[in-house]
Write a protein that binds this ligand. Structure first.
Ligand SMILES: *Cc1c(COP(=O)(O)O)cnc(C)c1O
Length: 360
């Protein structure tokens, strides 16, 4: 068996320990004679899997009892609609547009009410996070929306916006469990699993109880009614069973390494290896202002398209995969999520150093 270092932005690298364990349980999950993919979601066996996953997630993030957790389908992109449908009581919401995912969420929200763009970093290709200390928050806004880590552009909020008392809603798809966060600062935290915590097909929503409503407009599909999903324990219909099982294993893996403080430390050390090199070489350049850099997604350029294509191709030959930048940005991007070992980042930097020597 030979595995590459996979720098994909998503679906992305998973911990080897988790993959091995899942492989070992594939044919016969704990003596039940079938795989998790084949069992009823109404079975005791599966109920234990989803209950364990939720308990471990609550434990890792310190989720208070008045927040509900659901495991849903549809990806983060479906949630761009679910959020306004469920949360717009006054029909007004404020959006901070720091990249493509935030922009898509903003455009989707406009279909359901008045969505205001209260800040944006579009003027400089989303290479920074705007100052959010004193934004023109609408007095009747139902929530303020952010994409906390911008997967494509490689920026992240190191300080949360001042929402002036409005509930904060955050898409954390690409920084879920990357480090500790204070759940009580949010009304809703949600994200797709396939970046940092599991396979594609699972979306996790953490929502403060009082935001769930019985009076949603009739047009809201039952499947997108978060109260219905919460009341049914993520099982109004068949949930993404196998994905939830793998997420549960990733949660246990994170716990075994010391939880989210340990993850944060690991991620800081890993990212420093790459950023230090980017700041001290003659060929490659990071594209994001230093103070807003993401620990998860690191875009960089050479500034010469042919050389960049050569870099991506040679890196692939060397077992460093998926380093091509997003199709809308170009250049390169290394996604270095929780499951990317430090050795992977060190190998990448060694390769870059060698490439610089040969072509600079
Ligand atoms: C990938 C991504 C999405 C879209 O996720 P899907 O599961 O494909 O819908 C949304 N937001 C962020 C921040 C992402 O990184």
């Amino acid at each position: 068996m030979s595995r590459v270092y996979n720098f994909s932005a998503g679906p992305a690298v998973l911990p080897e320990e988790v993959l091995k364990e899942a492989a070992g349980e594939m044919m016969d999950y704990r003596g039940c004679g079938m795989s998790v993919m084949e069992m009823s979601h109404r079975s005791k066996m599966f109920q234990d899997i989803i209950d364990d996953a939720e308990a471990d997630l609550r434990d890792l993030m310190g989720i208070p009892d008045n927040y509900k957790v659901v495991f849903l389908q549809g990806g983060a992109a479906l949630h761009f609609a679910t959020i306004p449908m469920n949360l717009m009581r006054n029909g007004v919401a404020d959006y901070i547009v720091t990249g493509q995912w935030a922009r898509k969420a903003f455009n989707e929200a406009k279909k359901y009410g008045q969505a205001n763009k209260v800040a944006s970093s579009e003027d400089k290709t989303f290479s920074y996070i705007p100052d959010c200390s004193d934004l023109p928050i609408s007095p009747d806004a139902d929530y303020v929306y952010i994409c906390q880590n911008n997967t494509i552009y490689g920026t992240t909020y190191h300080t949360l916006p001042n929402t002036k008392g409005k509930d904060l809603v955050a898409d954390v798809s690409s920084c879920f469990l990357a480090g500790p966060i204070d759940v009580e600062k949010y009304g809703v935290i949600y994200g797709g699993a396939q970046k940092n915590i599991g396979p594609a097909g699972v979306q996790i929503v953490i929502i403060r109880e009082d935001l769930l409503r019985d009076d949603l407009p009739d047009y809201v599909p039952t499947m997108l009614n978060l109260k219905v999903q919460v009341d049914n324990g993520s099982m109004y219909n068949t949930p993404p069973c196998y994905g939830i099982y793998i997420c549960g294993k990733v949660f246990k893996w994170i716990k075994s390494l010391g939880g989210l403080d340990a993850m944060q430390k690991r991620n800081e050390e890993k990212a420093a290896v790459l950023y230090d090199y980017l700041d001290n070489n003659s060929m490659f350049k990071g594209t994001v202002v230093k103070e807003d850099r993401s620990l998860m997604n690191v875009p960089f350029i050479i500034g010469d398209k042919d050389m960049e294509a050569k870099f991506v191709a040679e890196a692939k030959e060397a077992g460093l995969e998926n380093l091509k930048g997003h199709r809308t940005v170009g250049g390169m991007r290394a996604s270095i999520y929780n499951a990317m070992p430090k050795a992977g980042v060190e190998t990448l930097v060694e390769f870059m150093r060698d490439f610089e020597k040969r072509y600079a």
